[in-house]
Write a protein that binds this ligand. Structure first.
Ligand code: ASP
Length: 437
């Protein structure tokens, strides 16, 4: 029987009731052998995540302030869970030891990591599974960069010694033993690493939604769930704003050919979304997989007669951006025009200097700056090669009276990106969605 690794997000472990659901999920399938929990998240909208409280404790401690009162709130969240689960152990000594260490270590990562550490401790006792401290098996190098191969070796050796185990998410350690965390939401990454090291057949990522939706539900009413998508499609959709999974969680499992299944802890019978390496051999319900987009882009349109024959023109434009540390999003070009699409937040930092540098480097006939652009990506592997897709998309936009300001298809066959006025963004997403779904 293949191994499954199950990662549970903060809302899946927010209180004892949620821990019970997690228990049922894990015990209902013996192939779920390794669990990776997050720290308890919000129980209700105004609640505070344990991780955020721990960061605040560290901040107060580093300013020499007393954080006892705040820490007591953390203590009561964990002791409530332990009590309501009917577990016979006292978690308080370990919690107070962590409090003293937060005071002593002056390391925000140590403070934040305790959220996952105590979550895993409770879950392992509740399940009767072994506990593996992530600090022993997830490693960062001296510069603080994640050490993928070292981790994989340590972790795979270690997992072989345990039939069932809980490994806290979000953190690992530096060579000197200091705790280091991934960026926020990083338990997804830990789960993916455990899946790779275990040689899992499936990485289950349990959260509070039943998978990815084909469009933002704030824009499209009741969008369909994406049943299946590839890791490459996921990357395109996440880049354009659809977020469910931490970006760095994709690489380890994709590389190892392990599918990821996004599941809902509160609706465990929902099949969720399956993220796979390719669509081979499957029937797809829609030509497109999903639609995502972002507002607030600016188009720099640089014109110069005979630009196409001027060697190094493009390089000099991009050099101006690079000099000011600004990255661009897209680069549609014409014969005598080159357009650079930049996010407003990037451009604002050095707008005037960049324009001056392009003038100086390239002597263009004109540079036009037009803001207020929104980009919409319609994603689906192979969609670009299926006849009529582009026509359908543009007809839908025309029928909705939306002017397309930019088109970028690239050659990836994955994606058609259109730029529209910010005011048309929502209408455009709805028009594309109803044309295809
Ligand atoms: N607890 C951490 C955070 O809130 C990591 C995670 O939940 O994945 O960012």
């Amino acid at each position: 029987m293949g191994i499954k690794v199950a990662k549970f997000g903060g809302s899946s472990l927010a209180d004892a009731g949620q821990f019970k659901k997690v228990y049922e999920i894990l015990k209902s399938d013996p192939s779920r052998r390794f669990a990776v929990p997050s720290a308890p998240g919000k129980r209700f909208a105004e609640d505070i995540k344990i991780t955020d409280m721990l960061y605040s404790c560290h901040k107060m401690a580093s300013k020499g302030e007393d954080f006892q009162e705040l820490f007591e709130q953390i203590v009561s969240r964990y002791t409530d869970i332990v009590r309501e689960l009917g577990l016979d152990f006292d978690i308080r000594p370990a919690l107070y030891e962590a409090r003293d260490n937060i005071r002593r270590f002056d390391n925000p990562d140590y403070a934040a990591s305790r959220g996952e550490y105590f979550s895993a401790m409770i879950l392992s006792k509740y399940l009767g599974w072994d506990f593996i401290d992530a600090a022993e098996v997830i490693k960062f190098d001296r510069q603080g960069a994640f050490a993928a191969e070292w981790t994989n070796e340590l972790l795979s050796q270690r997992l072989k010694c345990h039939r069932y185990a809980v490994i806290p998410g979000f953190y690992g350690s530096l060579p000197n033993g200091d705790i280091k965390t991934f960026s926020r939401g990083g338990s997804d990454v830990s789960g993916a690493l455990v899946a790779r090291a275990a040689g899992a057949v499936l990485y289950e990522n349990w959260t509070d939604v039943s998978g990815f939706l084909m469009a933002d539900p704030r824009i499209v009413k009741n969008p369909r769930r994406i049943e299946r998508l590839t890791y490459r499609e996921l990357r395109e959709l996440s880049y354009m704003g659809a977020t469910v999974l931490h970006e760095d969680a994709v690489f380890p499992v994709h590389k190892a050919g392990i599918p990821t299944n996004i599941r809902n802890t509160n609706r465990p019978d929902d099949p969720g979304t399956m993220i796979v390496t390719n669509h081979e051999g499957t029937q797809r319900p829609n030509i497109i997989t999903g639609i995502a987009g972002h507002k607030n882009f600016t188009l720099l349109s640089i014109e110069k007669a005979m630009m196409n024959s001027e060697l190094g023109f493009g390089r000099r434009v991009l050099q101006a951006l690079e000099e000011f540390g600004v990255s661009f999003e897209h680069l549609p070009t014409g014969i005598d025009t080159m357009c650079v699409i930049l996010s407003d937040s990037e451009l604002q930092k050095h707008k005037d200097e960049i324009i001056a540098r392009i003038e100086e480097n390239c002597h263009p006939d004109s540079i036009e700056i037009s803001g207020g652009l929104a980009l919409i990506a319609t994603v689906g592997q192979g969609m670009v090669s299926s006849r009529g897709t582009a026509a359908k998309l543009f007809m839908a936009l025309a029928a909705a009276d939306i002017n397309v300001r930019m088109i970028d298809q690239g050659s990836s066959e994955l994606n058609i990106i259109v730029g529209v006025d910010v005011k048309d963004f929502e209408d455009a997403v709805r028009a594309i969605y109803s044309a295809f779904v």
